[in-house]
Design a protein. Sequence first.
Length: 254
Amino acid sequence: MSTIAPEERLIAAIAALILDPEAPPVRHAAVGAASAIPAAACWLVARQGHPLRLSLLHRPHGNPFTEGSRELFDLAGQGRIDLFFLGGGQIDAQANLNLIGTGEWPGTGVRFPGSFGSAFMYFAVPRTILFREEHSRRVLVPRVDIVSAPGVSPPGVWRRGTAQALVTGKCVFRFNRAHARFRLASVHPGETAESVRMATGFDFDGDANPPCTPDPTPHQIELMRGPVCDEMLETYPAFCRRVWGRGSNAERAA
């Protein structure tokens, strides 16, 4: 088998989280336009024979949402979306997300894209997998400058779900909702618990010698580079070109 791309390892790691037998089952997942790796993980799960419906926001063709995100929020509020993916310009020890910016409100330092529906989805969807490739102390901070989507809520506040895990370019964290803390579940090749701790701005639980994040299986690699990439070409052509060296039909015809 050829060399495993870092993105392929992240795709397989997220697919494993989706299929976690200890978590509520995922029948319907929704993915945003900027989430190529989570989208690939969902397609990988489906191509492995698991019944998973994927709603991809902003897909040029075959998009189930004729009125944009309003329908997505309606489905989430009705409990008809089981899994969503979120990231943040900052993520802290309690799984709070900052999508506004750094510094005093309204983000007088670095500006981020904005919260949009992240807070609503975080509350309404049973499972959220946090994802951010960059793993650094500027992203993983002790406390976010602005809470645009809280990871946990006080007693008595209605909340259907919270973070299941955080996947980064260095490791996989699991989130303990009861204790509002992350636990280091695995490290990617070349990383250790100490290297992860040095690059993380918040404290976390976990063994001194955590397991290594598993390699994708040969079958998963075959699926990713074949039918999964086929599904992604229209919406994520730059990702497919960069990771798998494949362009869209339009690019090939040009």
